[in-house]
Design a protein around this ligand. Structure first.
Ligand SMILES: N[C@@H](CCC[C@H](N)C(=O)O)C(=O)O
Length: 307
């Protein structure tokens, strides 16, 4: 018989990038990488592209310094248990959880992440759709910070490869790393269960997320992604932001030069995100966030999962 306190969880997604949400408000849980991987396992666990632990910033050593600017910290883990700096879809789902739990209201709030404090706006949801229509009522907008575009090192620019195919790629950092390759056909990326090759390895000492992008129309692109630590997912918010910035620079659009914001629609297999870049370089993402279920871990199962 387990003596562990009952542990609730929720399941949510943003454009079908799905997460197990574990409220641990006062930071008592010790979640090892192995435990996260078991919880995210789609057959033997709850299943998800990642796990989001909701913890008070003041109760987490990595967030304490942000506690005066953001009450809540998103402790994000990939489905293999590895730690990531940021998750764009995850932070919208995190905000939706706070709203549902009565810990935040519609309107403006801030959330601490390993990439820094992010400002969020939860639009008014008059129709209860949880923002399923991008930009519609209930959608959530996140100020994702500024994109960094690291210069190529001595070994040259980035190349992404799948099988025999190679593409030049843009190195974009949105708090976490991305390699963005423009391709003729999203099918050419093939089977993304395994990670694409990325060279030079030194450009990404901690690995990278890889996006494959095609044009759909003016300021409108579509992408597939292989996420570091999770494999192919149906969407990646930071990836969509990296794609938007890479597409804008490719198209000769730089808000810092023109003084005008630029906006792209980014289609992902799981839906649509709208991404804008402002003249000060801040990237803004708008998209849906949905909570689909709420439950409680079986105590005996949790004992074995947490070890
Ligand atoms: N799905 C996320 C990104 C999650 C982290 C990523 N796999 C990494 O390791 O950097 C998003 O929506 O941004």
């Amino acid at each position: 018989m387990s003596t562990r306190p009952r542990l609730p969880f929720l399941k949510g997604h943003g454009t079908e990038n799905d997460f197990v949400i574990v409220p641990d408000l006062d930071g008592h849980l010790d979640l090892s990488a192995a435990a996260v991987a078991r919880i995210c396992d789609r057959r033997a666990g709850v299943g998800g592209d990642g796990l989001i632990r909701v913890v008070r910033s003041s109760a987490h050593p990595e967030a304490r310094a942000m506690a005066d600017r953001a009450e809540w910290f998103m402790d994000y883990r990939n489905s293999d248990g590895s730690i990531a700096e940021m998750c764009g879809n995850g932070v919208r789902v995190f905000a939706r959880y706070l709203q549902r739990a009565g810990l935040a209201e519609e309107g403006d709030l801030t959330i601490a992440t390993r990439a820094g404090v992010r400002r969020i706006h939860i639009a008014k949801a008059a129709d209860g759709t949880d923002g399923a229509a991008v930009g519609g009522e209930g959608a959530i907008t996140v100020e994702m910070g500024k994109a960094l575009l690291p210069e190529p090192g001595p070994e040259g620019g980035i190349t992404v490869s799948v099988g025999e195919r190679n593409w030049p790629a843009h190195h974009v950092n949105m708090g976490n790393p991305h390699a963005v390759a423009f391709v003729d056909d999203l099918g050419h990326a093939g089977n993304l269960f395994t990670a694409p090759g990325v060279r030079p390895a030194a450009a990404y000492p901690h690995g990278t997320n890889v996006e494959f992008v095609v044009d759909r129309g003016p300021r409108h692109v579509a992408m597939r992604v292989h996420e570091r630590g999770s494999g192919e997912t149906r969407s990646c918010g930071t990836g969509a932001c990296a794609v938007m910035v890479a597409a804008a620079r490719r198209d000769g659009a730089d808000p810092a030069v023109t003084g005008r914001p630029v906006s792209y629609t980014v289609d992902v297999p799981g839906g649509r995100l709208v991404i804008s870049e402002r003249p000060d370089g801040t990237v803004e993402m708008t998209g849906p966030a949905v909570i689909v279920a709420e439950g409680e871990f079986d105590a005996a199962w949790l004992d074995t999962a947490l070890g």
